[in-house]
Design a protein around this ligand. Structure first.
Ligand SMILES: [Zn+2]
Length: 319
């Protein structure tokens, strides 16, 4: 364990019971209320080492979650990577061949290339094509407060505000290679009402992260009018969420060397009043905040050369 690694306080649940599901796709279960309504979906373990989502879905299943209308699908996305999770080496099960949250580009999904994640993405794609509202549960490398990520489309911000949890909504990607699931064309299209949001619940293996994952799932289901109020009340932990702030990503930084160092042990959401504040060095080059009141989002203390190491944002919360 490197000095920067966080202890593993969470236990990855045994998800073998969910393999068969009822959709013909491994680890995907669709619960049908029998009543009209949209198709809503919650994803866990898009990244195999981000175990909070698996804990949240396991909790919902074990307590008999039932949608009050429409259909609810629950999926363990990268179960292949998750099955390799080892608490002694918790960082090494993010993916098998490549990041499944970068492959959502039509040319790649339709192409001939083959690997574990592309196969899984092709298997799941028909489901996403019928989903109206998706919540994709993730976690982060640092002890950052939780973040709801979206592209910044009006429809996304509207549903993120309706969910009302967690307290920070972050709009914009800040230069990612490939496309994340929330950027997959149908979700990222302003001409249809489909939405996909990605929640970063906290540090991957910190105890509160699993509680936040479950709370986000519950608030999401409440926002789409899918959950019995008694079920919500019986399982929610944070009954009085803080008011939300909306942050807009203004830039992303990709490392140019293998020796990127933050000047302090930033967790995320630190705010720097003055433009030009040095927050890191990349080799010998200083990395400075690009504007006043600049907010650091998702600093990655483990970034190697060519990886996105941080995003900058500004507060655009409507008054
Ligand atoms: Zn993730």
């Amino acid at each position: 364990m490197s000095v920067q690694d966080h202890p593993v306080e969470l236990t990855a649940p045994d998800i073998a019971a969910y393999k068969a599901g009822n959709t013909g796709i491994d680890y995907v279960t669709t619960l049908d209320s029998g009543k009209p309504g949209p198709h809503v979906m919650i994803n866990a373990v898009t990244h195999g080492n981000e175990i909070c989502g698996a804990i949240a879905l396991d909790h919902l299943f074990r307590h008999g979650i039932e949608p009050t209308r429409g259909k609810l699908s629950l999926a363990f996305v990268n179960h292949m990577a998750f099955s390799r999770f080892d608490p002694n080496y918790p960082r090494y099960s993010r993916l098998v061949d490549e990041d499944i949250n970068r492959v959502w580009v039509e040319e790649r999904l339709d192409g001939d290339e083959d690997n574990n994640e592309l196969r899984r993405a092709r298997e799941l794609r028909p489901i996403y094509d019928t989903v109206d509202h998706l919540l994709d549960i993730h976690s982060m490398g640092t002890l950052s407060p939780a973040l709801m990520l979206c592209n910044g489309l009006d429809k996304e911000v509207a549903i993120a505000r309706q969910i009302g949890y967690p307290a920070h909504i972050v709009c914009g990607s800040g230069h990612v290679r490939g496309k994340r699931l929330i950027e997959y064309t149908p979700f990222n299209d302003t001409s249809n009402p489909k939405t996909a949001l990605l929640v970063e619940c906290g540090q991957h293996w910190a105890k509160p992260t699993a509680t936040i994952a479950l709370d986000t799932a519950l608030y999401f289901l409440r926002a789409v009018d899918f959950i019995d109020p008694d079920f919500f009340a019986a399982h929610v932990t944070d009954t009085d969420p803080a008011p939300q702030r909306v942050l807009e990503v203004t830039a992303g930084v990709v490392t140019e060397t293998d020796s990127f160092r933050f000047v302090e042990d930033y967790k995320g959401l630190e705010q720097f009043p003055k433009a030009g504040t040095v927050i890191a060095t990349d080799g010998d080059a200083p990395v400075k905040t690009p504007h006043d009141e600049c907010i650091l989002v998702m600093p990655n203390p483990h970034a190697r050369k060519g990886m996105r190491v941080l995003r900058f944002a500004r507060d655009v919360t409507p008054l």
